[in-house]
Design a binder for this molecule. Structure first.
Ligand SMILES: *[C@@H]1O[C@H](CO)[C@@H](O)[C@H](O)[C@H]1NC(C)=O
Ligand SMILES: *[C@@H]1O[C@H](CO)[C@@H](O)[C@H](O)[C@H]1NC(C)=O
Ligand SMILES: *[C@@H]1O[C@H](CO)[C@@H](O)[C@H](O)[C@H]1NC(C)=O
Ligand SMILES: *[C@@H]1O[C@H](CO)[C@@H](O)[C@H](O)[C@H]1NC(C)=O
Length: 709
């Protein structure tokens, strides 16, 4: 039941989908074509007439006027059946009906479809028609008084009275009856108005000759009948060129035939030559437009067809790379007349083919640097070739790609029956090889692509390799910096190649540990780096220190990872106004701005201000504050022991006049600079103070204490 159902569907398909089954009427034959992609390869035909069913499968089919073949691209089976075929119903040489079975095998079961096609040729038959099919020669004559008489006579007498005599190269063989001839593969038929003779090529009694170097096969039969005192004789000759076509390596498939194949076949006056494809002639202007060329010289007719002419087929082929070949089913018609103005129409079918021609694909690097992505176009892919996978760094990516990979592929189709693929691979993908060239300060990105393509429908794979490479100008990163009241903020938005450099503060690489140790606030992820550097943390440089304010400068260095040479730096200087602070410089200087009003209750007026050494006075004072800046070891500073703490004090009186004894002073402010002992290089040198780091500063008010750093 299922089988019946499937067959029913299939049959319906055949008729509904005109793509599957074609039945066409041509000028001397039926064309039945079946698309194998729908039916499978197990397919054959049977001719049907009132006498029985005749499989069109064996050599016998040639002498009966059938020609079957399988064609590629798309895969199909084609049956050409002569209108004068053995099992065709012929009504007055005008209406021909071909009844046939299409036998297909579905899952081991044969299914037979009875089909029928009726055709009437659009042209009247010429007095003589010679057809050179792929597998047989056919000649029919008619339009002659003699044929008519023959017909009449055959009516009044038994056909068995007819005898046939074959001529082999001038030699006459023994006459035989038509049925004897039939057993030897010579088919004669007497229709209403025509005499038909057909045989396959290579019969023992045919003869081969050469005309202008072209092999020609000739079959010559004389049909005769004796009716009392009348003897009727008809000469039936078919001559067909047997040469293959050739390829001229300049894009033309060529075929040539002699103008006169045999004196008894071709008339002496040639009228015209028409060309066509696939058994269908085209008008002269169409032939010209398609580039078909007919040239005559030295009694030869030379035909040139562009390899890719319309009407041909092409097929891809893998053989250590991609190749292709073209096939063209040439159909040629040659009209000529003899002295008696009787027309002969010669029809030849010849399949021309190119050799295997290389079919290069092309790859184009369409990368736009700014997109930071490789864009590679693979083009000129023929329509019977498909991209199956892409291999990058030994990893296989079947097409279409899953969307979890960063690669993308897009297919584009062109009107010229080619298509192409655009592959995109981001520069930063691990599949891309990166290499930094120091000399050029360029980053090289490279990707090796191995495309796997296959030719359909055989699924024969081949590979296409391409390497694309770019050099990207890489500059060291540059931070954005912003001043704030309490420090400086630096920001870096990472570029993909910023990992190439090392970021340092002075000579120390910036790490989370360093930041913690120095009191920087750092946040870092794959997108950006943010560094906030509070004022008075390590790394600042100060200048123009006055009571009104000062400038603080902080610098971030970008170094080469290997050589540590500085490639760039970001320096930011910001103005700061801080009420009170102590700076303990690495070169042994204490700079302090102290708010003295904190030590003077009720806003008394200061008269005089100095350090322990009363001769060390402030650099600047105003109503409330004083600025001192002095070498640590001077102005009476005292030295601690565990850490090295230099301490000094600001004394000031609230009355006019110099103080006799600073210790008696009511008002004092104490400042300290504390250095790590280990970081000090010349503690006892008289000439120079040098510390690795700045000291830690403190201001102690006698009444209030405020810490500074
Ligand atoms: C990935 O593919 C799935 C299934 O094809 C689809 O549903 C989903 O939207 C795709 N995701 C993206 C980001 O394209
Ligand atoms: C087909 O057309 C495309 C797009 O116009 C073109 O790039 C390509 O070269 C053509 N290929 C052939 C084989 O003509
Ligand atoms: C390309 O990929 C195919 C399939 O993996 C492999 O057989 C072939 O060797 C590759 N070609 C090259 C040059 O890597
Ligand atoms: C920031 O984070 C990235 C990883 O996201 C890391 O490679 C880099 O070293 C970090 N930079 C700093 C300065 O910590």
């Amino acid at each position: 039941h299922q089988c019946f159902f499937l067959s029913f569907i299939w049959l319906t398909l055949l008729f509904v989908n005109a793509e599957v089954l074609h039945m066409e009427c041509h000028d001397h034959y039926f064309l039945i074509a079946v698309d194998l992609s729908f039916t499978g390869n197990e397919l054959h035909f049977e001719a049907v007439d009132e006498t029985g069913v005749y499989p069109i499968t064996t050599q016998y089919v040639a002498e009966c006027g059938y020609s079957v073949r399988v064609l590629p691209s798309p895969d199909r089976v084609e049956l050409r059946a002569s209108y004068f075929g053995c099992h065709t119903d012929n009504k007055d040489d005008v209406v021909f009906t071909f009844n046939f079975n299409l036998v297909a095998t579905h899952e081991g079961q044969e299914v037979t479809y009875a089909l029928s096609k009726t055709c009437s040729p659009s042209l009247p038959w010429s007095p003589r028609e010679v057809t050179c099919e792929r597998n047989y020669m056919e000649v029919s004559i008619g339009g002659l008084q003699i044929a008519y008489e023959a017909y009449e006579m055959s009516y009044s007498s038994a056909t068995s009275d007819w005898q046939v005599m074959i001529h082999r190269n001038g030699e006459q063989l023994m006459p035989m009856s038509l049925s004897e001839a039939r057993m030897q593969g010579y088919v004669f038929d007497l229709t209403k108005g025509r005499l038909v003779f057909r045989t396959s090529y290579g019969q023992p009694d045919s003869f081969s000759t050469e005309v202008n170097g072209v092999p020609v096969e000739v079959i010559h039969a004389t049909l005769f009948s004796r009716q009392s005192w009348v003897v009727l004789m008809v000469d039936l000759v078919a001559a067909c060129p047997m040469n293959e076509g050739s390829y001229d390596n300049n894009g033309y498939m060529m075929w040539e035939i002699p103008e006169v194949l045999h004196p008894l076949v071709s008339g002496v006056h040639e009228l015209q030559i028409n060309l066509g494809a696939n058994g269908e002639l085209v008008e002269q202007p169409v032939a010209e437009e398609r580039g078909y060329i007919v040239e005559k010289h030295d009694n030869m007719v030379q035909i040139s067809i562009p390899y890719n002419a319309e009407g041909g087929t092409r097929k891809s082929f893998v053989s250590d790379g991609l190749f292709e070949y073209y096939m063209f089913d040439l159909y040629l018609e040659k009209l000529s007349v003899d002295e008696d103005h009787l027309e002969t129409r010669l029809r030849c079918h010849r399949t021309l083919a190119t050799p295997l021609l290389p079919r290069p694909l092309f790859t184009e690097d369409r990368t736009v640097l700014e997109e930071h992505t490789f864009t590679v176009y693979l083009g000129d892919v023929p329509d019977d070739v498909e991209l199956m996978a892409v291999h990058l760094k030994g990893q296989e990516f079947p097409v279409p790609f899953t969307n979890d990979s960063s690669l993308t592929i897009a297919e584009v189709f062109h009107v010229n029956n080619t298509h192409g693929y655009t592959l995109k691979v981001p520069f930063d993908d691990p599949l891309v090889t990166r290499q930094f060239s120091k000399e050029d300060a360029m980053m090289q990105y490279k990707v090796d692509i191995n495309y796997t393509l296959t030719v359909l429908p055989e699924n024969e794979p081949f590979y296409h390799l391409e390497t694309v490479m770019v050099l990207v100008d890489v500059s060291p990163p540059d931070f954005d910096a912003v001043c704030s009241e309490s420090g400086i903020s630096f920001r870096l938005d990472y570029r993909p190649y910023d990992y190439l450099w090392e970021i340092t503060i002075g000579s120390d690489p910036l790490t989370p540990e360093l930041a913690a140790q120095h009191g920087y606030i750092m946040s870092n992820n794959s997108q950006s780096l943010l560094l906030e550097v509070p004022l008075f943390t390590q790394g600042y440089e100060y200048k123009d220190i006055t009571l009104k304010g000062f400038f603080g400068t902080f610098q971030i260095l970008v170094r080469d990872h290997e050589t540590s040479t500085v490639q760039s730096s970001t320096v930011m200087t910001c103005p700061f106004t801080t009420n009170e602070f102590v700076m303990c410089s690495t070169d042994g200087r204490m700079t302090v701005v102290a708010d003295l009003s904190l030590a003077i209750p009720n806003g008394g007026v200061r008269a005089r201000t100095n350090l322990i050494d009363k001769y060390c006075g402030p650099k600047e004072t105003d109503n409330t504050r004083a600025l001192f800046s002095f070498p640590l070891k001077s102005c009476g500073s005292t030295l601690g022991n565990e850490y090295v703490t230099y301490e000094n004090e600001i004394f000031f009186s609230t009355k006019l006049g110099a103080l006799k004894n600073p210790a008696d002073s009511i008002e004092r402010v104490t400042m300290q600079c504390t250095y790590r002992l280990a970081g000090l290089h010349r503690l006892f040198s008289e000439h120079r103070f040098e510390s690795d780091t700045e000291g830690f500063g403190r201001i102690v008010h006698s009444t209030h204490a405020t810490g500074g750093r």
